[in-house]
Write a protein that binds this ligand. Structure first.
Ligand SMILES: [Zn+2]
Length: 239
């Protein structure tokens, strides 16, 4: 039950049985394909019927994925805040276990040939990214916290896809690790924005004037973050 097409990598759809799922769901998993999640125990006939009924939708999603240019096997990774380009080397491996080795600044990734290896590639690169992001972003928060004299409690670096940062009433700062694909000035904007929330929780007039005092060019950076931030993030970081 797969529709495959060669586009440098394979785009396909597959079904997965889930104990947790209560209903059939169809979701796009770029760049790999479309996943159909099926509650455990549903008859093959019924599932096939649903898939046939949604054939047009599934094909549209597959075409979407095919037409977009995904970078899932980067040959190098640039992190602007470090001014460094990290080379990635892919080694074919017969072993079922994957590993990510770092020798100096080169990332060596062993991979088998199956489809899942692309997902695993991304997950391994994300593990590497997480470590880099923690050191880059923690430093940015510490530096700006001292500069602005706004102490914080804890920092958490995560992978939330739609939010760059948030601040809790406990003075904890949460940052999206994909910030490290952005210029340092944009990282600084997000960090300063969240630090200001420690003093002003809402987007009140006082908040914006505090932010303006802390970072006078914030309006320009805010616009820049909206306009070009998403396109700076490679596909492998978003899987
Ligand atoms: Zn805010």
């Amino acid at each position: 039950m797969t529709a495959t097409e060669e586009v440098g990598f394979t785009v396909e759809f597959w079904r997965r049985e889930s104990k947790k799922a209560r209903s059939i769901s169809i979701r796009s998993l770029p760049p790999y394909g479309v996943e159909i999640v099926v509650p455990k125990g549903l008859s093959h006939k019924f599932v096939t019927k649903i898939i046939n009924q949604n054939e047009h939708y599934i094909n549209q999603k597959l075409a979407d994925i095919k037409n977009r240019n995904f970078d899932i096997k980067p040959s190098n990774i640039f992190l602007p805040a470090t001014s460094k380009v990290f080379d990635v080397t892919y080694l074919e491996s017969g072993a079922e276990v994957f590993s990510l080795k770092k020798t100096n600044e080169t990332i060596i990734l062993k991979e088998p040939k199956e489809r899942v290896s692309l997902i695993t590639n991304s997950k391994l690169l994300q593990q590497w990214l997480q470590i880099k992001a923690v050191s880059i972003l923690e430093k940015a928060v510490e530096t700006n916290s001292k500069k602005l004299n706004i102490p914080y409690n804890k920092i958490k670096i995560g992978s939330r896809k739609s939010i760059w940062g948030s601040c809790s009433y406990k003075k904890n700062i949460n940052l999206n690790r994909n910030l490290v694909f952005l210029e340092l000035s944009l990282i600084e904007y997000v960090v300063t924005h969240e630090l200001c929330h420690i003093l002003e929780m809402n987007h009140s007039k006082q908040f914006w004037s505090l932010l303006n005092e802390s970072l006078p060019e914030y309006q320009k950076l805010k616009k820049q973050l909206k306009s070009d931030a998403n396109s700076s993030i490679p596909s492998w970081a978003l899987i």
